[in-house]
Design a protein around this ligand. Structure first.
Ligand code: KG4
Ligand code: ZN
Length: 373
């Protein structure tokens, strides 16, 4: 059973062919990072225009890399919520048209649930990891191709109930999973997502975009105890998150408190390399501490047997290290599937199809503000 997945919720155009819910036959991602970098964040209008340009070449590339044609596809999956409306519409429209034209079921998948499912994807020995020496530019110049040439089973099967954490540029949310099809939101951020805090802190430090991987690398060279940044726990029982206070604390640390300090408040701060690394390490430690504490609370609340972590920030080395010795098993996705991709939706859609959860052709795209998953 081969499912073609489509991803266009934010600033990555993705297409992927996944077999039997786990084996990634191809995974093509056209990243728009360069287009948005000068604005230090995603510009929705630019994102939707770039999706229009990339979607067809990316789809062609994914089919070609998987060695199949449209007639070999059993269903078309698409991440239809939540995301930026202009971006979502491109993927949803393409998916509907394709499903209709080949007479196969359409399956709408929640992007955030897809991030959780990414732990199940099998990174075959042939899969090229983005940024590695194996990665190659796609022939059409639309992105990076990760063909899976010789998949080997990962045989990962998380034990349920599980606590899920999706931490990315758009989400920091905790879930109670009774199984892959029964997912309940139990905590979320009341302001910035953790990845957003990473991106904003990187911007105020005068570093590049996206900030997460840059701060993660810098943090490894710094002292995590150098600066005692605040850890907002939102009360003793809360499973919600807040990262905006931490972000402001970093701002005040490097630029001074307005009206009190004399440091120049515009432009990148004047910090030497060691100070910069200490800020990065201390900021990362504050993020990781809060996340680990909240996961522990959620595990206690739900009686979970395992923890599943997904989303761009699940690539973070500090977070992975901190959860290494956790009380119950913690599952992370292979690095290639932490950030946005279509394989996660195509994989999860396999279970939806088996459960008869297909979508009608009037499936609507649902934005962040319309929906809280
Ligand atoms: O999952 P994703 O591709 O998009 C959303 O659904 O939001 O996540 C992108 C986010 C960005 O904010 C990026 O800075 C962050 O994930 N990120 C990281 C790391 N790699 C990516 N944050 C911390 N450490 C990393 N290694
Ligand atoms: Zn995402």
């Amino acid at each position: 059973m081969k499912i073609l997945g489509i991803e266009s919720t934010c600033d990555e155009t993705g297409a992927s062919v996944v077999e039997d819910g786990r084996v990634v036959r191809s995974n093509v991602v056209a990243s728009q990072v360069e287009l948005h970098a000068r604005y230090r964040g995603v510009v929705p209008e630019i994102a939707s225009r770039a999706h229009i340009e990339s979607i067809l070449p990316v789809l062609r590339e994914a089919l070609e890399a998987a060695g199949c044609e449209l007639k070999d596809i059993d269903a078309v999956a698409v991440a239809y919520r939540p995301g930026l409306i202009g971006s979502l519409l491109i993927g949803v429209t393409a998916a509907k048209a394709l499903a209709w034209s080949i007479g196969r079921p359409l399956i709408g998948v929640d992007h955030v649930h897809g991030h959780l499912y990414s732990v199940m994807l099998e990174e075959g020995s042939g899969v090229r990891v983005q940024g590695s020496e194996n990665a190659r530019e796609s022939k059409t110049g639309t992105g990076t191709v990760f063909p899976s040439l010789n998949p080997e089973p990962r045989t990962l099967n998380p034990s349920f109930p599980a606590v899920g954490l999706v931490c990315s540029g758009g989400h920091t949310a905790l879930y109670h999973l009774k199984d892959w099809l029964d997912v309940e939101l139990i905590g979320t951020t009341i302001d910035d997502a953790v990845g957003e805090a990473y991106d904003k802190v990187a911007a105020l430090l005068g570093l590049g975009y996206p900030g997460g991987p840059i701060i993660d690398r810098l943090a490894a060279q710094g002292n995590a105890k150098a600066i005692a940044f605040p850890r907002s726990l939102m009360g003793r029982e809360s499973l919600d998150f807040s990262f905006s206070g931490l972000k402001t604390a970093v701002l005040y640390h490097v630029h001074g408190v307005p009206g009190k300090d004399q440091k120049p408040s515009h432009g990148p701060p004047i910090l030497d390399e060691g100070q910069l690394a200490d800020v990065a390490a201390s900021f990362q430690a504050a993020c990781v501490d809060v996340i680990v504490k909240k996961i522990r609370r959620a595990v206690r609340r739900t009686g979970a047997n395992s923890v599943i972590v997904g989303g761009g920030v699940s690539a973070n080395r500090g977070l992975r290290e901190a959860l290494k010795a956790f009380e119950i098993p913690v599952h992370f996705p292979p690095l290639a599937y932490c950030t946005d991709n279509a394989a996660m939706s195509a994989g999860l859609a396999h279970l939806y199809l088996a459960a008869g959860r297909t979508s009608a052709l009037d499936l609507d795209a649902i934005t962040y503000s319309q929906f809280r998953s």
